[in-house]
Design a protein around this ligand. Structure first.
Ligand SMILES: Cc1cc2nc3c(=O)[nH]c(=O)nc-3n(C[C@H](O)[C@H](O)[C@H](O)COP(=O)(O)OP(=O)(O)OC[C@H]3O[C@@H](n4cnc5c(N)ncnc54)[C@H](O)[C@@H]3O)c2cc1C
Length: 444
């Protein structure tokens, strides 16, 4: 085995969902894995400074749960054991979309509701228990070491070089990959940005039985472009509710008591405000701004370095309202493992193949998220093709889903990324959608 096919050390930058998933995959394929994070990683399920989104609702889609379960067998049971709340999105979620609560019927998906810190802590414990993985927290990566288009390590902000045969950049949405690559004389990928001005505010409440009369949680989505507000209430571990309120294009829920409740009361369905009015708040409301969805097209770069790939939000950061980021990160980690298994060397060709696989995974959720966001005329940036037509089709399909259990089930499976969207465009489906919902739409 020559120098170029060494699989001694892999360094992962960032211990978020992407970094933890990647570390799991690399542990099977490298002698040693070093996972670096600039945060002090807590021993409890608490939000972190380096990932401020950990304060906010994180829904794990069915495809993400499957991918994480494949990476960490028994994860579902671990999460339930730690207090996560199981639910079937077909029966247990009050889902309000396009002017009505959707009727309930089982989808057969066993999802779990919990905080992002609990999911992260559970994964981190599993990764920390792997004998060949070292987690170093409180260390910030400042750049890459390398020469001749090969990355040979990560450089910490105190100048220490952590040598690596492969560096996987999972440093998130704020990744400095452009700058890091340019210091090695390499080009930065094309950058797509779709401005959506999404705002979140989140508050936790004590949860008591009977506070929500049906289901375990509520998700209220606006009808664009007239409505901009979104609301979510989810059961989380330790008998708490997580209430997330938000809006597109600057429609921010205030974080003071009255303003937060007022925003909930202005949603087109009363369930979230009703629970809030009765439940005891446990925290203040915390705000978060998400100005744009962002995507870096590494797969289109002509020159890629050997010994380096980016993954997770460092490639693509989606509008969080659709809950796709963690799922993509986990699916990309599985793709990373498969790509490594096909290549002797962590070469530029390996990187290209990985980015192509990642781009295939990202294509559908990116199209969903960005496409739906273009229903607002204020949204700016590169528009996917035929977006107006597809948004009109999607809206009509969802009106049909409100009255047709088969369409509802298929739509939900596509939304959870476990069924390809092509099933929404079969001749039979197109005929149903064109016929429309007829009478009998459910009421609000
Ligand atoms: C408000 C909000 C709500 C969201 N809701 C959902 C949801 O419902 N469902 C869902 O699937 N996704 C959701 N997401 C997206 C989700 O958070 C991410 O897609 C997912 O966590 C994958 O991110 P990541 O691991 O790539 O990056 P991150 O989770 O951001 O992790 C990056 C890590 O890198 C570390 N780091 C950064 N720079 C350095 C450095 N220089 N050196 C060392 N360490 C560094 C950080 O400390 C951090 O730990 C949401 C995002 C936001 C903003």
């Amino acid at each position: 085995m020559g120098m170029s096919s060494r699989r001694d050390v892999a360094v992962v930058v960032g211990a978020g969902i992407a970094g933890l998933s990647a570390s799991r995959v690399l542990a099977d394929r490298f002698t040693r894995v070093v996972l670096l994070d600039r945060d002090q990683l807590p021993d409890t399920a608490t939000p972190r400074r380096g990932a401020p989104q950990t304060n906010h609702a994180h829904v794990l889609l069915a495809a993400g749960q499957r991918a994480l379960e494949e990476l960490f067998p028994g994860l579902h049971d671990d999460l339930i054991g730690a207090g996560a709340v199981p639910f079937d999105p077909g029966t247990d979620l009050v889902f309000y979309r396009y002017g009505a609560v959707w009727p309930t019927d089982p989808i057969g998906l066993r999802l779990v509701s919990m905080t992002r810190p609990l999911l992260e802590l559970t994964l981190r414990r599993r990764v920390a228990a792997l004998p060949n993985v070292t987690i170093r927290d409180g260390v910030a990566v400042a750049g890459l070491a390398g020469q001749d288009r090969r990355v040979t390590g990560a450089v910490l902000d105190d100048g220490e070089v952590v040598p690596a045969d492969l560096v996987v950049d999972c440093s998130g949405r704020g990744s400095r990959s452009d700058r890091w690559l340019s210091t090695l004389g390499l080009p930065a990928p094309e950058f797509l940005e779709v401005k959506i001005g999404v705002r979140y505010a989140t508050r936790l409440y004590r949860r008591k039985p009977g506070e929500l009369t049906s289901g375990v949680g509520v998700f209220v989505l606006p009808t664009p472009p007239a409505e901009k507000r979104v609301g979510l209430i989810l059961p989380i571990e330790d008998d708490r509710w997580l209430v997330g309120l938000g809006g597109w294009h600057g429609d921010q829920a205030p974080t003071d008591d009255d303003g937060f409740l007022r925003h909930a009361r202005s949603l087109p369905h009363p369930a979230i405000g009703d629970v809030m009015a009765r439940a005891e708040p446990l925290t203040d409301a915390v705000a978060y701004q998400f100005p744009s969805s962002r995507r870096r097209r590494f797969e289109r770069l002509r020159e890629l370095p050997a010994g380096y790939v980016a993954a997770g939000d460092a490639i693509c950061s989606f509008n969080p309202v659709y809950g796709q980021g963690m799922t993509c990160a986990a699916m990309e980690a599985l793709a990373l493992g498969r790509t490594l298994d096909r290549h002797r060397d962590v070469s530029a060709e390996f990187a290209r193949e990985f980015y192509r696989a990642a781009a295939d995974l990202i294509a559908v959720p990116w199209r969903f998220a960005v496409g739906a966001d273009f229903a607002y005329p204020e949204t700016t940036g590169p528009r996917p093709s035929a977006v107006t037509l597809l948004n009109a089709y999607s809206r009509r399909l969802q009106l049909v889903a409100q009255v047709d259990p088969g369409v509802r089930r298929t739509f939900t499976q596509v939304q959870h990324l476990i069924t390809p969207p092509s099933v929404l465009f079969t001749p039979a489906m197109i005929a149903k959608v064109l016929r429309g919902p007829g009478r009998g739409r459910p009421g609000g």
